[in-house]
Write a protein that binds this ligand. Structure first.
Ligand code: AMP
Ligand code: FE
Ligand code: FE
Ligand code: ZN
Length: 281
């Protein structure tokens, strides 16, 4: 069984429709794929309709923007939770609102030095999508200021760059509890992806584990071999599951579907812990 538990559609910062992500996942030889858009479940219905037709099992998920320890950005994957759970919806919608406000301010700052309008960003957004820096990057590409998303992140949109604006996100430990309360299975996404900015201290991972964290995403292209060894050791000592994924974003990133995988027994445990069924044909 080939299982990829982290992908994005244009409901957030992927470049393909949810149904297209699912079709490509099947074509890539995957048996199970999770759709985990940033702070939204708006892609679920379309993906769930498409999956049985192409013979792939779908895990309905989300990647929740969180923060920890003085402004460190933390991404929390949630699988198979009630999508209407009030606290969870309130937090993710608030994060979406803050992202919107922040994207406008970021565009405003960049536009002082490079021609760029909010409409340029809107032109890059999927229907009712969660806006992020990748969409601003796409607008900068369309304007000819940078060759691709990666170049934008290395220059104008860098976290430590001159135009960066943060957004407000809920605390990571509280969100682990919220995902569990909604019947979901919380997994810490790419914990040591240092290229994105500061990473969480071990003590935060321990606190998250105490709050009900189910697993750590270990096999991810943003982790070095040393990162993976250290994360596997942490997972063993904290009794957490180990997952792997592509973090596919369509044409927006080099990540290819299935480039990292999750073991079948881990997938079984996630399914057993989740409130919602896996969508099967
Ligand atoms: P934001 O959440 O708006 O701060 O933007 C971060 C998002 O940008 C993450 O979800 C990543 O998927 C994406 N991202 C980060 N670095 C890169 C990069 N070098 N190329 C393309 N996308 C990136
Ligand atoms: Fe992303
Ligand atoms: Fe992420
Ligand atoms: Zn992701």
């Amino acid at each position: 069984m080939r299982i990829d538990l982290h992908t994005h559609s244009f409901a957030s910062d992927g470049t393909d429709a949810p149904a297209e992500v699912v079709r490509q996942a099947a074509a890539a030889g995957l048996d199970v794929v999770a759709l985990t858009d940033h702070d939204t479940t708006r892609g679920w219905a379309e993906a769930a309709q498409a999956a049985p037709a192409v013979g792939i099992a779908l895990v309905r998920g989300i990647e929740i923007s969180c923060s920890a320890a003085r402004g460190i950005s933390v991404h929390l994957l949630g699988y198979l939770q009630d999508p209407e759970h009030a606290a969870l919806v309130a937090e993710t919608e608030a994060a979406r609102d803050s992202r919107q406000e922040r994207a406008r301010r970021l565009v405003e700052r960049v536009s002082r030095d490079f021609p760029l309008a909010w409409e340029d960003v809107l032109a890059q957004l999927g229907p009712d999508a969660t806006v992020g820096r990748p969409h601003i990057a796409d607008a900068l590409v369309a304007r000819g200021h940078v060759p691709d998303r990666a170049a934008a992140f290395e220059s104008l949109l860098a976290t430590r760059g001159p135009y960066y604006v943060p957004y407000r996100a809920p605390g990571a430990v509280a969100m682990v509890r919220a995902v569990r309360a909604a019947g979901g299975v919380p997994v810490l996404a790419h914990p040591f992806a240092a290229a994105r900015g500061r990473v969480v201290p071990d003590r935060v991972i321990e606190e998250m584990a105490g709050a009900g964290l189910a697993g750590l995403e270990v096999d991810h292209r943003d982790h070095t071999d040393a990162d993976r060894r250290r994360l596997r050791a942490m997972a063993a000592s904290l009794r957490l599951l180990v997952t792997g994924s592509s973090d596919f974003h369509g044409a927006g990133k080099p990540n290819r579907l299935g480039e990292n995988l999750t073991e079948p027994d881990v997938f079984e445990q996630i399914e057993a812990q989740g409130a919602l069924p896996v969508v099967r044909g």
